[in-house]
Design a protein around this ligand. Structure first.
Ligand code: S3P
Length: 429
């Protein structure tokens, strides 16, 4: 375990930055390139550990994927280009790789085994395994298939209509990928809108999909065609700089080329509702995903309630939103966010424990947390607990701490933002 002493000793954050490519879109670009026919070029791909796990799994599945300068090129040979892997498919820390890839493997006529790290081994897979079995997939694993290692024998799939018990883009995407290979029409019904990158990508690769309110349907036996994917900057990474600028004095950060898909912009809604000084400019020439520039300045913030349909639109930003709330006057209540318990760590416990360690007033609840501000944070020793977003949140917290912060396990940030600390340092004045 590596330890970092965070003693930035700076008072403001200023400048312009382009954050790395979107993690969700980078994963999907590799997977769609792999199942399509022809060449796919992925620009601004995120070279983070999670997305590299996706590349390594699809290489083991026989797909020719190469890196040319900063681009990834995939030579897809359609669904049948995927072949039985000779060794286990290791997803590392990546839940998105695991769940989406299971949807692809379910319909391929071969056997494979999926493993991951200790965090993956604790994350529930029943949410995809049960509906995939309904479609005809043969899946075994620990605790009746709920946990990795998971063994899967692909087989012909039949379509289903499935109401998602949790608002999860990973589950929706897994079932759409299985549905593209099934016989008949598969329909997924969402309890609340979740990120729709898979839906957009099906269209971008020439497939057909119908979306009516919260019902998404795909016909089976679809063949997709390779294309060019321009990955926008990840709003989930941008969020750390947005919050840093809002809570530090004399600050202004401009974030360029950020993905502004409305299913992901809950963090912007929260900043506006808290009273932050924020402005957005949409790029006019953006391709199939909306992109723009976000500018955030030092802000006077007030506590708010964050709940309901807003939660899936900012689920990954809740750790950094909790830090934001410690600097807002009054109480912030986060509820309906029980999904946080099954992320890379239990993020309700992790956020409450690590931020309390620095002096924040946070009470964990069954489905969220209650944060009372505004609090002065002191220093101390904290840990990412192996979770990239907890590590980056604590890095930002250290900027407003009165004393030095020791961050254990800081290298966890490599999962989604390998140069996070260097980029942060470059903006500090
Ligand atoms: C993701 C969906 C979300 C999110 C994860 C990425 C995706 O997970 O937390 O970081 O790319 O589809 P859930 O679908 O489990 O909510």
């Amino acid at each position: 375990m590596e330890v970092k002493q965070l003693n930035f000793n700076r008072h403001s954050i200023q400048g312009t930055i382009k954050v790395p490519g979107d993690k969700s879109i980078s994963h999907r670009a590799i997977m769609f390139g792999a199942i399509s026919s022809g060449k796919t070029i992925v620009r601004n791909f995120l070279f983070g550990a999670d997305c590299l796990s996706t590349i390594s799994c699809f290489r083991k599945l026989g797909v020719n994927i190469i890196q040319e300068d900063n681009e990834i090129v995939i030579y897809g040979e359609g669904w049948s280009g995927l072949k039985e892997p000779a060794s286990v498919l290791d997803v590392g820390n990546s839940g998105t790789t695991t769940r989406l890839m299971l949807g692809i493997l379910a319909g391929r006529p071969f056997h494979s085994v999926v493993i991951g790290d200790d965090s993956i081994a604790k994350r529930p897979m029943n949410r995809v395994v049960l509906p995939l079995r309904q479609m005809g997939a043969k899946i075994n694993g620990r605790e009746n298939g709920n946990y990795t290692p998971i063994a899967i024998q692909g087989s012909p799939l039949t379509s289903i209509t499935y109401e998602l018990p949790v608002a999860s883009a990973q589950v929706k995407s897994c079932l759409l990928l299985a549905g593209l290979q099934a016989n008949g029409e598969t329909t997924i019904i969402e309890p609340a809108a979740t990120r729709d990158h898979t839906e957009k990508m099906i269209q971008h690769f020439g497939g057909e999909i119908s979306i009516r309110n919260n019902q998404i349907s795909v016909q089976g036996n679809q063949q997709l065609t390779g294309t060019v994917v321009d990955v926008p900057g990840d709003i989930s990474s941008a969020a750390f700089f947005m919050v840093a600028a809002a809570i530090m004095g004399n600050s202004e950060v401009k974030l360029e080329n950020v993905g502004l898909n409305p299913t992901r912009t809950g963090i912007i809604d929260v900043l506006i509702k808290m009273g932050a000084d924020i402005s957005i400019e949409m790029n006019k020439d953006a391709s199939y995903e909306p992109v723009g520039t976000i500018t955030v300045r030092t802000s006077i913030l007030k506590g708010i309630e964050i709940s309901g349909d807003l939660i899936p639109r900012l689920i990954d930003e809740l750790p950094i939103i909790a830090l934001l709330a410690t600097q807002a006057e009054g109480t912030t209540i986060i509820k309906n966010a029980e999904e946080l318990k099954v992320k890379e760590t239990n993020r309700i416990d992790a956020v409450a424990r690590e931020l309390s360690q620095l002096g924040a007033n946070i009470v964990p609840t069954e489905d969220g947390m209650i944060i009372t501000g505004k609090t002065t944070l002191h220093g101390g020793t904290v840990s990412s607990l192996g979770d990239h977003r907890i590590g980056m949140m604590l890095g930002v917290a250290s900027l407003i701490c009165k004393e030095k912060v020791i961050l254990e396990d800081y290298e966890a940030v490599e999962v989604s933002y390998p140069n996070f600390f260097e980029d942060l340092q470059a903006l500090l004045k």
